[in-house]
Design a binder for this molecule. Structure first.
Ligand SMILES: Nc1ncnc2c1ncn2[C@@H]1O[C@H](COP(=O)(O)OP(=O)(O)OP(=O)(O)O)[C@@H](O)[C@H]1O
Ligand SMILES: [Zn+2]
Length: 728
């Protein structure tokens, strides 16, 4: 079917950073809306999508012709509408949205077979660093084959390294069919017998999927209540109706265990989409999703931009998780975009969490979202008992971080062969290195940030830019030797203290250091789950939905950490994090205990965490936000100005502040510019502004007119962050 006949003008959207559509002449055979095409652009040929009839207004003789129409399913109207609305909402150029929707290599290449390199039986005669990197890449992707170019790029080696390995049989060449079909998932395959409570909630969810219409439901269930078990029933219903389903997970390290569960439930593994998946796999998935052959996709937030043919259900698991907000490039929140996408494709959304975001809780209270509750843990497991340890009375000696009552409980667990988890949301060994001679604090050269000691790496690391340096023995300022002191605890230091207290215990540190691959992290988590450690020390990564059956004790090392500072979401985040991490304890037969170390046991948030009166906490938090006109009761946009020249950055900010009349007329308030809490990153100065508007007002058009109306020099960047989650 062609909407535009040969010779007509078509407006084509490309992923080039142009911020407008380009007109092209339609070739022989015509084109349809949404067709993927190749068009000439300057000296290059780029891919694009037919977005509408051409706008004209150019010299007709200069208009070039569409070079080719690709043999892939056209982008459906629903996805085009989604990209347009998402771009408008987040104030992101449409071209950047198209880039999110087409992150696949060889989009238009025909199926057929192609050459891949795979691990062969041979061993290399010499293991050079380059060769080792090639083997690492293969290992990390669990035996997947790679096109030679992609393998060379991922390992950072030349093609001659690959040839060398091939000649020794370490790599072998295979001809692999492109785009193998996915195995069928059978909605009637496995499935546990559900408890009465679970069965009731599952039936409700199935009914919502069956309505074949948009709805959003909060699935609120205490940790270990079987939320996953229950929403898989909703997935089964979508599959039974012949519709596709998407499950978003907040963390790649969680996908392995989840895929196993899907396989047990549906008899086959679903399609997997995240940054750890190879280009060839992404291409296979993209095409299968577009043709409707991939029934279920499990993935990271960017899976929302896949070309589903008939999307019937989106599950956002651990919907409160802050990683759903993309903080670079297109600044979108996957939870909100899931709701938008579902509303356009007539799909049901399930937002699953034990500790929902305040936004979702308020939407459920207002009746905008449905709400279903699972109030009990599955089977005989009980929720852990929670107690505070008052560090003013029962704290440890100077220089130690684990209080005597907590240490005693750990001792009991080790004797009983059970696991303990110590939670501290701080990576590395010590957050601050100070010279005792001159008082100098070691900081990053290019950021306004302290260097964090990482003792395993034997380096000082900047958590802003990732730069690191060896730990010096003398102070870089006063040159006095041997007086540098590590102050404060990170997970490595807590692990060191635990090792000194329990020299025979097996201790594991779990922290999201960028140096570790998702695959090796996943392997370590599995090892811990099967009993490979007595004490686990971890950052917030341990709070995310893991299942450690032997774990019966959780110690929160510093519950006060997130309550300092004026972060809008400090209370909410602390509540979610500590309740989640406590929820790792006692998930099997033995009861769990969570001990919360705090210097302010009377603090309202700590009280709410311990009592577990969640609705009371959300009521109070909602009331406080409402009083402050803060989201979700008011609208907010963060403006981040950055540049190498501090004066210019602030000058742009001041000009924006002066020309904010139209925004103010809408009832919005404009604050700043002020230096950002982290005033410099990678050598760029940072200033922030904040726009706060009343709830009913759509700020975006006014915001984009405002930004367009102020001239910005080339070395200053202005980023608008709608509904900001972070304020650094
Ligand atoms: N009906 C059931 N039959 C058998 N096992 C079940 C059932 N429901 C839950 N379980 C088991 O109980 C454990 C917890 O269930 P699940 O992971 O679904 O809970 P959850 O609410 O998603 O947990 P969390 O929020 O802590 O991630 C799992 O090991 C799961 O297999
Ligand atoms: Zn830095």
């Amino acid at each position: 079917m062609s909407d535009l006949p040969a010779g007509a003008l078509a407006a084509v959207l490309t992923a080039e950073p142009l911020d407008r559509l380009l007109d092209y002449r339609v070739p022989e055979g015509g084109v349809a809306m949404g067709d993927f095409v190749v068009v000439p652009l300057g000296p290059r040929r780029v891919a694009g999508v037919v977005w509408g009839p051409g706008q004209g207004g150019f010299d007709p003789s200069k208009i070039r012709t569409i070079a080719a129409v690709l043999d892939v399913p056209p982008m459906r109207a629903e996805l085009r509408e989604f990209l347009t609305r998402a771009a408008d909402y987040t104030l992101t150029p449409l071209s950047a949205m198209l880039r999110l929707a087409t992150r696949v290599p060889d989009l238009g290449a025909p199926p057929g077979s192609r050459v891949l390199l795979q691990r062969g039986g041979g061993t290399p005669d010499r293991l050079t660093p380059a060769r080792a990197r090639v083997l690492d890449v293969l290992d990390e992707h669990g035996g997947a084959g790679f096109p030679p170019g992609e393998l060379a790029a991922l390992a950072g080696v030349s093609s001659s390294v690959l040839k060398g390995l091939e000649s020794q049989g370490v790599l072998v060449r295979i001809a692999a069919p492109r785009d193998m079909p996915y195995p069928r998932l059978d909605p009637r395959h496995g499935g546990h017998a559900l408890s009465d409570g679970q069965a009731q909630v599952a039936a409700e969810l199935r009914a919502r999927v069956d309505a074949l219409a948009y709805s959003t439901t909060l699935l609120k269930g205490v940790t270990g209540s079987g939320k996953t078990e229950v929403y898989l029933e909703a997935v089964a219903q979508a599959l039974a109706r012949g519709r596709q389903a998407l499950v978003l997970l907040p963390e790649i390290a969680l996908t392995g265990a989840f895929l196993d569960r899907v396989e047990a439930r549906f008899g086959a593994r679903p399609a997997e989409w995240h940054s750890g998946v190879t280009g060839a796999e992404r291409r296979r998935l993209w095409h299968a999703v577009a043709k409707g052959e991939a029934q279920l996709v499990v993935g990271a937030r960017s899976a929302l931009f896949l070309p589903f043919r008939d999307l019937g259900l989106i599950v956002v698991d651990e919907e409160h998780d802050s990683s759903y907000k993309q903080e670079e490039g297109a600044l979108y929140h996957a939870r909100d975009m899931a709701v938008l996408r579902a509303s356009l494709s007539g799909a049901a959304v399930v937002l699953a969490s034990a500790t929902p975001s305040l936004e979702t809780w308020v939407n459920a209270r207002a009746g905008k979202y449905g709400r279903l509750d699972l109030a009990e843990r599955f089977g005989t497991a009980l929720l852990p008992e929670m107690r505070a340890i008052d560090m003013r009375a029962d704290g440890p000696a100077q220089g130690a971080w684990l209080s005597p009552p907590l240490v005693e409980e750990i001792r009991t667990r080790i004797a009983a062969g059970e696991q303990s988890l110590l939670f501290l949301n701080r990576r590395g060994y010590a957050p601050l290195t100070l010279c005792r001679a001159c008082g100098h604090q070691l900081g990053c050269h290019q950021c306004d940030a302290r260097l964090v000691e990482h003792r395993f790496l034997k380096r000082l690391v900047c958590h802003q830019c990732g730069e690191s340096e060896p730990i010096p023995t003398a102070c870089p300022k006063c040159a006095v030797e041997g007086r540098l002191a590590a102050l404060g605890p990170g997970v490595e230091r807590v692990a060191e203290e635990a090792a000194a207290l329990f020299p025979d215990a097996r201790i594991a540190v779990l922290s999201s250091d960028q140096t570790e691959s998702a695959r090796s992290l996943k392997a370590r988590i599995e090892q811990i789950a099967s009993g490979g450690a007595d004490i686990v020390v971890g950052t917030q990564i341990v709070a995310k939905g893991h299942n450690f059956p032997l774990l019966t004790l959780v110690g929160v090392v510093d519950a006060d950490l997130g309550l300092m500072g004026g972060d809008l979401r400090g209370a909410e985040r602390t509540f979610q994090l500590i309740r989640q991490v406590a929820g790792r304890a006692g998930r099997a037969e033995k009861p769990g205990l969570a001990l919360v170390q705090t210097y302010q046991p009377q603090h309202a948030v700590i009280g709410a965490i311990l009592q577990g009166d969640e609705d009371a906490f959300w009521q109070a938090e909602a009331a406080a936000r409402e009083d402050a006109g803060a989201p979700p009761f008011g609208r907010m946009a963060g403006i981040i100005l950055t540049g190498p020249d501090e004066a210019r950055v602030f000058e742009v900010g001041r000009r924006l502040a002066q020309s904010a009349g139209a925004l103010r007329k809408l009832g919005a308030e404009v604050y700043g510019p002020v230096a950002a809490p982290i005033a410099r990153i990678r050598g760029r100065f940072r200033a922030r502004m904040l726009v706060k508007g009343p709830k009913g007002v759509l700020l975006q058009p006014a915001l984009s007119a405002w930004r367009a109306g102020v001239e910005v020099p080339a070395n200053v960047r202005v980023v608008i962050d709608i509904d900001p989650q972070s304020f650094f």
